[in-house]
Ligand binder design. Structure first.
Ligand SMILES: Cc1ncc(COP(=O)(O)O)c(C=O)c1O
Length: 518
């Protein structure tokens, strides 16, 4: 009996030993553990937890399969950070910005950033500034939330005005559908406003020769249901600026002649931290009297971390007050403007850091560098020829008064058998992600696929290269060389077979819309 017991004990000890060894192995190295041949956890939470190293490796392995973010010229989002920024971003992850009473100092930094940005955009001090010590504005999760808040404020402002003008009560005015005038080059953020907030889009289709709305096109689209006109300061397709200055004059005339109160929202998602450093521009910001609000992505050329955005209103009265929730803040008065509630302070911390770290001269230098590198790439592409013809038609507004973006299309006169989307795929062999896309949009209401421009077929293609601070001259040269290398392959292959009718309709279904890249 005792022999059996001893035998059993020694077997248990042996098993425990094996288990410990296996666990140790597992903890030390993913590749000689079972993890390397087990299914990834995509459907169910595993019954038992795993060693930290294993989980981390699994995440890293997935991350490796993405494109390299530093070579992603499709996205405007900042990807380069100093060590100190990484540290403060991590610190901010533990601070819930919504808890203003627990984290008052963090919230003060938020307000400081709002003030710095409002001043950068020449916002006049609202009458009630001293009550709040901060301009009417908010940190948001990117430009999308900022655009939604600005659009909502315009909508509620219009409702009040329309009800008064027509002697309607609150219920009756709710039944009226307002509209917003904007370029068809809008980003998906506005599609959300149209759909979620029930606002009719009144679209202006620009020409592909400049991608901009013409101020005189605004007049016929504005009526007594118009909540505002959006000017995009740097459309994401080509980086051109809508002419805010001219639109401001037209809006002034409309309001005077028709007794309206239409205002302008400037969607400066990318241009908000570029235009202030371009001295030749005519005023585009709060210096123009009809500009009621401006939004920007802190995480694009503001150089903060992904998930940072800003909106500033000219004043609270009949504007931001429509979307404000009052909160107590150490006994003082404070507004909360966000669509969501809890969120980390990382974006605010890094934005605050960046504004102090760069200063005006730093942002100016970075802006000049990026514009110069964009011009370097633009010039190199312009010089590429085939059979004496330029390979590309340059579509952007460079080299000045636009975003540091190079947008072009393959020259149709060259009769290439490939298009700009094939070019994207071949360039990716050199590790670069350069977005090629069709010149079409899904109608935000009918979902019908239609032309983006007034003068180009919806199935024509183009591509863009977003130049960010990390795309240095050396890398720009590599990118240009990669184009040359891509053409060696593209010119040697006949793509006509895959661009037949069936193939192109298949591609259309499959094709991502550029509105998904930001
Ligand atoms: C003009 C414009 N508006 C809004 C957005 C949405 O920005 P975010 O990704 O910061 O929400 C973008 C993104 O590219 C944009 O270019």
């Amino acid at each position: 009996m005792s022999n059996d017991m001893d035998e059993l004990k020694s077997q248990v000890a042996e098993l425990q030993d094996k288990l410990e060894t296996a666990e140790k192995k597992l903890e030390q190295n993913y590749y000689f553990s079972d993890a390397a041949v087990s299914d990834p956890y995509v459907f169910t939470v595993p019954e038992n937890g795993m060693p930290a190293k294993i989980v981390k490796t699994q995440i890293e392995n997935n991350h490796e399969l993405d494109f390299n973010n530093k070579l992603n010229t499709s996205s405007y989002v900042n990807v380069s950070f100093e060590e100190e920024e990484d540290e403060i971003a991590l610190m901010g992850l533990r601070v819930n910005l919504a808890d203003q009473t627990v984290y008052p100092q963090s919230y003060k930094m938020h307000d400081s950033v709002v003030n710095m940005i409002a001043n950068l955009w020449h916002c006049p001090k609202p009458d009630d500034f001293d009550e709040y010590d901060v301009f009417a504005g908010a940190g948001t999760v990117g430009s999308t939330e900022a655009c939604l808040l600005a659009g909502l404020a315009l909508k509620f402002r219009w409702r009040r005005w329309y009800a008064k003008r027509n002697g309607l009560n609150e219920d009756a005015v709710m039944g009226e559908r307002p509209n917003l005038v904007i370029s068809s080059c809008y980003q998906a953020a506005w599609e959300k406003l149209f759909k979620y907030m029930d606002v009719e889009p009144r679209l202006i289709y620009p020409s592909s020769s400049n991608f901009k709305i013409q101020a005189d096109q605004v007049s016929s689209l504005v009526d007594d249901h118009t909540i505002g006109v959006v000017c995009i300061m740097g459309n994401h397709y080509g980086g051109q600026y809508d002419p805010v200055h001219d639109v401001d004059s037209i809006v002034e005339t409309i309001n005077r002649e028709r007794d309206f109160q239409v205002g302008i929202h400037v969607d400066a998602a990318s241009g908000g931290f570029i235009a202030p450093f371009q001295d030749d521009l005519s005023p585009w910001d709060f210096r123009l009297p009809n500009v009621l609000s401006i939004s920007a992505s802190g995480h694009k050329y503001g150089e903060s971390v992904c998930g940072t955005g800003w909106v500033v209103w000219r004043e609270r009265k009949d504007l931001s007050e429509h979307v404000a929730i009052s909160v107590t803040y150490l006994g003082g008065k404070a507004d909360s403007y966000t669509l969501n509630f809890s969120r980390p302070a990382s974006g605010v911390y890094v934005q605050y850091y960046k504004l102090l770290r760069y200063g005006i001269s730093g942002y100016r230098q970075v802006c000049d560098n990026m514009m110069s590198n964009a011009q370097h790439i633009r010039a190199a592409l312009s010089q590429m020829t085939v059979n004496g013809q330029p390979r590309f038609i340059i579509l952007d507004d460079g080299p000045r008064d636009c975003l540091p973006v190079v947008t072009a299309m393959l020259n149709p006169e060259c009769n290439f058998t490939y298009d700009d989307i094939d070019l994207q795929h071949v360039l990716s062999q050199q590790h670069w992600y350069v977005s090629g896309y069709k010149m079409g949009i899904n109608d935000p209401i009918t979902e019908e696929y239609r032309a983006l421009f007034s003068d180009q077929d919806k199935d024509k293609t183009m591509f863009r290269i977003v130049v960010k601070n990390n795309l240095t001259r050396n890398m720009a040269n590599h990118l240009v060389d990669s184009f040359e290398a891509a053409f060696e392959l593209l010119d040697a292959v006949d793509f006509s077979a895959i661009h037949g009718t069936d193939a192109s309709s298949l591609r259309h279904k499959d094709q991502k819309r550029l509105t998904n890249h930001c």
